[in-house]
Design a protein around this ligand. Sequence first.
Ligand SMILES: O=C(O)CCC(=O)C(=O)O
Length: 280
Amino acid sequence: MLDEQFADHYIKHGYAVIENAVTVEQLKPIVSAAGKIVDDFDVEKHRSVFSTLHQDKDRDRYFVESAEAVHCFLEEGALDSEGRLNRPKNQAINKFGHAMHDLVPEFAAFCRLPIFLTAMRAVGFAVPELWQTMYIFKQPKIGGEVRWHQDASYLIADDPGVVGVWVAMEDADRSNGCLWMQPGGQQSPLREIFEVTDAAPTGVLRQLDDTPWPDGSQAVPIEVSAGSLVVFDDRMPHYSSQNQSAKSRQAFTLHFTESGTAWSKLNWLQRRQLTPFVLS
Ligand SMILES: O=C(O)CCC(=O)C(=O)O
């Protein structure tokens, strides 16, 4: 059970933290499954970079197809000017996603830990449905900035929308690129939308509203220890800086809707083959 403070904080501020919600022991199976995914990744075959700094113009078919697969994406800073890796593969990957909960047993088991259902019930979902999972490395020295954004721009669903859960796989603080949020920012307008259309089969980002992103006086760093969960509203503006430190800042994320919520056909992420992943 979560106390009332959790739900109150979530409603008021648009996010809430559950410190040390899972143990380091419970993280271990997905850490080792992640290691195997990286080992098996053929970097010669797929040289797709994930950066948030170019208006999402570098999305490709490999990205769109990751909705129902497990695909690895490289850090921009891991390639030299000729497009060759400038470091070992296991220090070059930005993230992988987005269907580990369907396709990798260790991740499926992790997503079924009772804390996720408890957290989703606390924010008002009766039957939470899991749409995507991501494992983010935020590599030492080159872990790319994730620019200010709102998840509702990338995961388009009718009300009550999407709720994100960010699991700290390692301690996260300002030095290694922790999340930043704008308390109350879930009330702000949706600024952008990323849609897949016939004209843009790998998606295009469109501006909806010119409300500025939060500045330093409005944003707070979410510094948490490994095993903590950050639960946040899909309108919450959030950001993480480049990781200039010598340590990584790994995280695992899950995005839920209430089961049965209408999912836009314009979403880049479509689950056509996979069975709905529902918590109950
Ligand atoms: O982990 C990060 O640095 C950012 C993750 C994020 O913004 C997201 O999952 O929407």
